[in-house]
Design a protein around this ligand. Structure first.
Ligand SMILES: [Mg+2]
Length: 439
C-alpha cells in the first residue's frame, strides 16, 4: 500500500538492528522512543475541517443515531464533558456544546496522511490507536542531534500535511512505557522528554493506573499483594508477581523500575497469531435459545474486540458447547467465511449458524477464530467498511477505558444474563446502547 513508500531504511535492516539491541540489553536502554498522540483528535479534525467550530465546545457523537459522546474538544472537556457520557448528560454539563456527528472517513484519511509523514522519517512506526503512534527515533536522533528538535520538525511536517489546527503532543523516553506516560504531561501541543536520571522521581509521582497496561482491575489485584505505588511494584520480589500474573508479572515488575523492553514493531512486522478465542462457564445453565444467543454474542464481541485491537482479521469461526451436568456431552463445529473479518456480527452470525437447536441446557461455551491474517487495509481505512470499523474502534476505546460493555449493541440490552468470569457488574448493561443497525 502507499503507506509503505518513502521508507528510509529497509525493513530487514531495522529488524537486524532490533535483534542486535535485543541481544544487548544496555543498547535497548539507550533507545529514544517517541509517542505521538493527537490532542482531542476527533474533535480537532472537525474544527480543522469546519473553522466556525474552532474555539467552541464540540461533542462528537457516534455516526448515524449515536447517543454517546465518543470524543470532545478541549473546550468541551474543560466544561466537564467526558468521553462515554450520554449526550443529554453532556448538554447538562455544557449547554453551549455543539454536538457533531463523527466523520470516520475523514479521521481515517487524516490518520493515513499522518502515518505517511512519520514513515518518511523511519519505518519503525507502530500505530497504537487511530490517534497514537510509537516511533523508534534512536537512529534519527543520532542524525538530528536532539530529540526535541526532531519532535519540532515532526510537528511542522504534520501540520503542513494535515492542517495547523490538528495538534499533537509528543512524549519522549528511553522506552515505550515512559514515552506513553510523559506524553500527557504537556497537552495540548506539548513535547515532554524524560531522561533516564529523571525516571525514579517520575515514578514516585504517578499512580499505578497511570501506567498504560495497568488498569483498575490489575491495580486491584496488585493491591491485594500489598502493592499500592509504582515504587512498591518495582521492589516487590518478582516471584510474587509472576505467581499472580504469570509472565506478565515480570513485565509489571520491570515497569515498576521504569524498564520496558518492548520494541517498536512496524505493523507489517508484527508476529502472526494462530487464533483468538473466548470461552465461559455459566453460573447456571441456559435453557432458552434467546439466553444462549445473548451469551454467544458477548463472546463474539470479545473475540471481535481482540481482533480489532491486534489489527487482525480471521476467516474460520469455531464454536464449542458443553451441556449441563455432562463432562463430555456437547458439540462443536466450525464454519469458514468467504472473506476475512474482524466484525463482531459476522463472527456471531457464523457461530449462531452452527447451532440448530439446543437439545439440553448449556453450561459452557466458547468461540474461537482462526485463519488469521494481519488487517492490511486497517491503516488505509478507505474501504467500504471504514465507517463500521471506525465505530467499533470508538466503542472499543470507550469500553477499554470505562469497562466492558459500557457502550454496547442494542441487541445486548435485552439480555442481562451474568457471566461468571468477569469482574463485578460484568455482563450487565451499564449505560448506553448503540443502535445495532449502525454498530
Ligand atoms: Mg489523543
Amino acid at each position: 500500500m502507499g503507506f509503505a513508500t518513502g521508507f528510509r531504511g529497509s525493513l530487514a535492516q531495522s529488524i537486524q538492528a532490533q535483534a542486535a539491541r535485543a541481544m544487548c540489553p544496555e543498547a535497548m536502554e539507550e533507545r529514544v522512543i517517541f509517542l505521538l498522540d493527537y490532542d482531542s483528535f476527533f474533535a480537532r479534525c472537525m474544527q480543522q475541517a469546519y473553522p466556525p467550530l474552532r474555539g467552541k465546545p464540540v461533542g462528537i457523537r457516534g455516526p448515524a443515531k449515536g447517543t454517546a459522546i465518543i470524543a470532545a474538544s478541549t473546550e468541551a472537556k474543560a466544561r466537564g464533558v467526558k468521553v462515554g457520557m450520554h449526550i443529554t448528560e453532556a448538554m447538562r454539563w455544557c449547554p453551549t456544546m455543539i454536538p457533531v456527528q463523527a466523520d470516520m472517513d475523514m479521521y481515517g484519511e487524516i490518520c493515513t496522511a499522518s502515518l505517511r509523514v512519520l514513515t518518511r522519517y523511519t519505518d519503525l512506526v507502530e500505530p497504537f490507536s487511530i490517534d497514537e503512534s510509537f516511533l523508534d527515533a534512536t537512529d534519527l536522533v543520532a542524525e538530528f542531534g536532539d530529540p526535541h528538535m526532531l519532535a519540532q520538525q515532526l510537528k511542522r511536517d504534520l501540520r503542513a500535511a494535515i492542517g495547523p489546527h490538528i495538534t499533537c503532543s509528543i512524549g519522549i523516553g528511553p522506552n515505550k512505557m515512559i514515552a506513553k506516560l510523559v506524553c500527557g504531561f504537556h497537552k495540548p501541543d506539548g513535547i515532554t522528554h524524560a531522561i533516564r536520571e529523571e525516571i525514579p522521581a517520575l515514578l514516585r509521582q504517578i499512580a499505578l493506573t497511570d501506567i498504560c497496561g495497568i488498569g483498575p482491575r490489575v491495580a486491584r489485584r496488585l493491591q491485594r499483594l500489598g502493592v499500592y505505588t509504582v515504587e512498591q511494584l518495582g521492589r516487590i520480589p518478582r516471584e510474587v508477581l509472576t505467581r499472580e500474573f504469570g509472565v506478565l508479572g515480570h513485565v509489571y515488575w520491570l515497569w515498576g523500575q521504569g524498564i520496558d523492553h518492548a520494541p517498536v514493531t512496524p505493523y507489517h512486522a508484527q508476529a502472526e497469531e494462530k487464533s483468538v478465542g473466548h470461552g465461559v462457564t455459566l453460573p447456571e445453565a441456559v435453557h432458552t435459545r434467546r439466553q444462549f444467543d445473548g451469551v454467544l454474542l458477548r463472546l463474539c464481541e470479545r473475540c471481535g474486540r481482540r481482533l480489532r485491537r491486534k489489527g487482525m482479521l480471521g476467516k474460520t469461526v469455531h464454536l464449542w458447547v458443553r451441556f449441563d451436568g455432562e463432562e463430555t456431552g456437547g458439540f462443536g463445529g466450525r464454519r469458514t467465511l468467504d472473506h476475512y473479518t474482524d466484525d463482531t456480527m459476522a463472527v456471531y452470525h457464523a457461530a449462531q449458524a452452527l447451532v440448530r437447536e439446543l437439545p439440553h441446557p448449556v453450561r459452557q461455551l466458547g468461540v474461537t477464530i482462526s485463519g488469521l491474517r494481519r488487517n492490511v487495509v486497517q491503516l488505509s481505512l478507505l474501504e467500504d467498511r471504514v465507517r463500521q470499523q471506525a465505530v467499533q474502534r470508538a466503542v472499543d476505546a470507550v469500553n477499554d477505558r470505562f469497562g466492558e460493555f459500557t457502550v454496547m449493541r442494542g441487541s445486548l440490552l435485552h439480555d442481562t444474563f451474568p457471566l461468571r468470569n468477569g469482574p463485578p457488574g460484568h455482563g450487565f448493561c451499564k449505560r448506553y446502547a448503540i443502535d445495532p443497525a449502525e454498530a
